[in-house]
Design a protein. Sequence first.
Length: 127
Amino acid sequence: MTDKYDQGMKVRRRILGDAHVDRAEAAKSSFDQPFQEMITETAWGTVWASDRISDRERSMLTLALLAALGNFDEIPMHIRATARTGASKEDVLEAFQHVALYAGVPRANHALKLAKQTYAEMEEAEQ
């Protein structure tokens, strides 16, 4: 593995948590291993590893971009990550309001629905 991969795995675990990463690693196959390595090196080892903006800001940007582009399957994972990135519920609402204005209300509305469901699951798990 490369230094970028090792750095990416550290960042990935810090942001998503060991349990999530362990499940993802266990599900990895020889078919998708090259893809998973590329994502770990580029997304986590380069973009998320950068110190140019905070994890909170990066989390808000990521959620806004996912919603704006309609990549809804990734939103719950990144909502869960806000517990580690420092992005508050209010931050997420602000990000999705920007999505509504610049990318469309239906996408922001669906993202908010997913966020509400995920926050409820997170709160239930804490009890």
